[in-house]
Design a protein around this ligand. Structure first.
Ligand code: ADQ
Length: 468
């Protein structure tokens, strides 16, 4: 007898906007099509804020086979849960920015209460055979709330951000409640080995936990499987799109054969290292004058969380630096930095990647960073560009043939840019081949399937996703 296939229920802060022309969030890009194909459920916040949200029933609609269920939040919930604890405290702390992490007991209380509201609304939609897959730091307490309501389905969690070293996590206001809540999941997935190891060390040090066989850990009367599932991209589809788009001819203005392009694509977030990147480009023009007039940086940086002051500050800093570099080095023909403060459709993005000699990805910390993988996938295999990648992006654990840099070291970055711009074709090709193989093997399907397999089989050990 074959086992009954299990339905997947994905829960995340926001569900993807399926009417949008393009998605800029990593998760929306990663899961939309998969869920449609498997007739699953996607549950989350509608993005709407209404006074009577608490007494309003969830909105349920069918989108191409996928059930999308959403609830609204009250103004207090949006402020305390989303803008407050999740994005003013957890997001910076998980990215090692305790200096920006503003803990506040009232906000943390609301954060936990919102998970309780999610659980109330979700319970009637799930059955015991479903696999409930909870995403990211907004909803850490959800499994505990579901179990408290008698839910017996398997519940897994995936953290898209880094899990910081235990000394950092132990300083987060409310950390013990979060740590205990993570232990309630059947599986807790991380992007990298170092995130998983940080979590293990945190559980041992702060929750009196112990490591059992393999990836199993126990603490506070709970046992969970803490494993590594590096997220990937739909590599083959991405490469195909890049090939068909490049056939349409160049997108960027033709400034002569010698002009090389460096591309950066990131949400305008302080974790992405944008000021450091701009300073490195400026240093390249200063220290390697032979590149003046022969290289341009195209930076695409759509707005994100703009109501928070720290995001307004990073935007001002980036715009000031762009203006300074263009004023200092530009001339009537050549503008060193082209800066777009908006999202762009995926076909345009792939074309930009393909036309660029260098992909510059310099986060100060990043869970994975899908842009790094997309850049590689979009390259012409016989004449590929070079990826310059921060050691502090999760992707650096897999993409070792990139030029790995420390984004805090501006001079090192400038030298890496010079090396990338002058790298012989044979070396570019050899590096690209290794990177592409890994991106193709450990793609989006592998990520999803390995998580689901591990999760569905209670006692199995996870599939090893690491390059030898
Ligand atoms: P993000 O921080 O959003 O994701 P990233 O992994 O780079 O970062 O994913 C961004 C996605 O949005 C990419 O697919 C990219 O193409 C797209 N995108 C970015 N800028 C865009 C623009 N201007 N126009 C159009 N599309 C744009 C979080 C974590 C990451 C983790 C992902 C997935 O912070 O570390 O890799 O989730 O787990």
């Amino acid at each position: 007898m074959t086992a009954k296939p299990r339905r997947l229920v994905v829960v995340s802060n926001r569900v993807a906007d399926f009417n949008a022309k393009f998605q800029t969030g990593g998760l929306a890009v990663a899961l939309g099509d998969t869920l449609k194909a498997s007739h699953g459920v996607w549950f989350g916040w509608s993005g709407d804020v209404t006074e009577d949200a608490v007494s309003t029933a969830p909105k349920v609609e069918n989108v191409e086979g996928l059930t999308v269920a959403t609830i609204d939040l009250t103004p207090e919930e949006a402020e305390g849960y989303y803008y407050g604890y999740a994005n003013r405290c957890l997001w910076p702390a998980l990215h090692y920015r305790l200096d920006l992490a503003k803990g506040n007991e009232a906000h943390s209380e609301i954060y936990f209460n919102v998970s309780a509201r999610f659980a109330d609304a979700l319970m009637p939609l799930v059955g015991p055979d479903d696999l409930i897959w909870v995403h990211d730091y907004h909803l850490i307490p959800l499994a505990e709330e579901l179990r408290g309501r008698g839910c017996t389905a398997r519940i897994g969690f995936f953290l898209h951000t880094p899990f910081p070293s235990p000394e950092i996590f132990a300083a987060v206001p409310g950390q013990k409640r979060l740590g205990n809540a993570l232990m309630v999941y059947d599986v807790v997935g991380f992007q990298t080995c170092s995130d998983r190891d940080n979590f293990r060390r945190y559980v041992a040090a702060s929750l009196d936990g112990e490591q059992l066989r393999g990836d199993r850990i126990a603490a506070q009367g709970e046992t969970t499987l803490a494993s590594v599932f590096p997220i990937g991209i739909d590599a083959t589809a991405f490469r195909k799109l890049a090939e068909s788009e490049s056939a349409k001819g160049p997108l960027l203005p033709d400034l002569g054969e010698d002009m090389k392009t460096i591309i950066g694509v990131d949400r305008l977030d302080y974790t992405k290292g944008l000021p450091e990147r701009l300073r490195a480009f400026e240093t390249l023009l200063e220290d390697f004058p032979e590149h003046r007039g022969r290289v341009r940086l195209v930076q695409v940086a759509p707005p994100t969380r703009e109501t928070l002051p720290v995001y307004q500050e990073i935007r001002e800093e980036v715009e000031r630096l762009v203006g300074r570099i263009n004023g200092r080095f530009g001339d009537l023909r050549w503008t060193p930095v082209t800066y777009l403060h908006r999202g762009v459709p995926q076909d345009i993005l792939t074309r930009l990647y393909r036309e660029s000699a260098v992909g510059l990805v310099t986060p100060l910390r990043d869970g994975m960073n899908l842009v790094a993988k997309e850049y590689v996938a979009a390259q012409a295999p016989q004449d590929p560009g070079v990826l310059v990648l921060s050691r502090f992006a999760g992707a650096a654990e897999q993409l070792r043939e990139a030029l790995l840099i420390n984004p805090h070291d501006i001079n090192e970055m400038a030298r890496a840019l010079d090396r990338a711009l002058t790298m012989p074709r044979q070396e570019r090709w050899a590096r690209h081949n290794r990177l592409w193989q890994r991106i193709e093997t450990y793609d989006l399907d592998t990520w999803r399937d390995s998580f689901i397999q591990t999760f569905a089989a209670s006692d199995s050990d996870p599939v090893n996703l690491f390059p030898k």
